[in-house]
Design a protein around this ligand. Structure first.
Ligand SMILES: [Zn+2]
Length: 305
């Protein structure tokens, strides 16, 4: 019995020791696309929590008290920046009282750093209801920007966990190479449609369009975040007919019925798009699976006309 007891104590001590030896960084990402890239870099060295659901509007995430608890326990926060989360994250962060995640702290990663943001307004005017006041924050659907984000996350992880830096850098190299290879494939799929115009519900596909040579510059919303009006939609329908635009992109949290009404008046196809892995069936596998889905869905819709 005595022997068994010392054996038990020995095992417990070993378990405690092992646990501390492989202590994982507790990483919280605001949205599932950022989480997917954090996972690519962090691998088994991190535990990952995501604040927004893949079907939630990233501008208007439900700020539940449970999210404060998640932030309170985090070692690292990965956010998109460019004011994407300005409507809900600052308040949650304040309430989480976690100094590791304070603005400017090494544990607070703002992924938009170094990303060439588009549509930065020359004059700030939020009175128009514009929720893209710091430029268009939906930059991650361009693989070139995914590489910048992966680099930002790698630098932060390496700074916080030097022992695993070699692993993080190896994961970055692997992810970057995989993206470069896929980009060639994606480009080839969308090349036949270069210059074509596409309608989007919200202005969340600018970077995707620019990356693959599509003009995604006509929107069902009169301004980002402002609901569609019958008058605005009538105008969009006229333009779609005049310019022979046949594809409408809609995100899961937007009103698909409005898109369907416009489609029925113009003979267009509605395409279910998502910025986030898991937002639409077939995108669950992570960033590359997401981009695969988006490229194929848009190519199929454009080829159908
Ligand atoms: Zn937006």
């Amino acid at each position: 019995m005595k022997l068994n007891l010392s054996l038990l104590i020995g095992c417990l001590l070993a378990a405690v020791f092992c646990q501390s030896a492989v202590a994982k960084r507790n990483v919280v990402a605001t949205t599932p696309d950022l989480a997917s890239i954090a996972k690519e870099i962090g691998g088994d060295h991190i535990d990952l929590t995501i604040l927004a659901k893949p079907t939630e509007d990233p501008h208007f995430v439900d700020a539940k008290p449970s999210l404060i608890v998640k932030l309170n326990r985090a070692d690292v926060l990965v956010e998109g920046g460019a004011e994407l989360e300005i409507g809900w994250l600052p308040n949650l962060l304040d309430q989480s009282r976690n100094a590791k995640l304070a603005a400017g702290a090494p544990g607070h990663v703002v992924c938009s750093q170094g990303v060439p943001l588009k549509e930065i307004p020359t004059a700030l005017d939020r009175s128009k209801g514009d929720i893209h006041a710091a430029g268009n924050p939906h930059y991650l659907v361009d693989p070139a920007n995914a590489k910048i984000v992966a680099q930002n996350i790698t630098e932060a992880f390496c700074g916080l966990d030097e022992k695993s830096a070699a692993a993080y850098r190896a994961n970055l190299k692997h992810f970057t190479e995989a993206l470069d290879a896929k980009k060639v494939e994606w480009q080839k799929k969308l090349d036949p449609f270069k210059g074509q115009q596409v309608v989007a519900y919200h202005n969340s596909w600018l970077y995707f369009g620019d990356c693959f040579g599509l003009k995604i510059d006509l929107f069902l919303e009169p301004k980002p975040g402002v609901p569609a009006t019958p008058r605005h939609l009538a105008d969009v329908i006229l333009k779609m007919k005049a310019d022979k635009v046949h594809v409408i992109l809609v995100d899961p949290y937007l009103d698909r019925r409005t898109a369907e009404t416009v489609a029925s008046r113009t003979g267009a196809t509605v395409v279910d798009m998502t910025q986030f892995p898991g937002g639409v069936k077939g995108t669950e596998g992570g960033y590359i699976a997401l981009m695969n889905y988006l490229v194929n869905a848009v190519a199929k819709a454009l080829a159908g006309k």
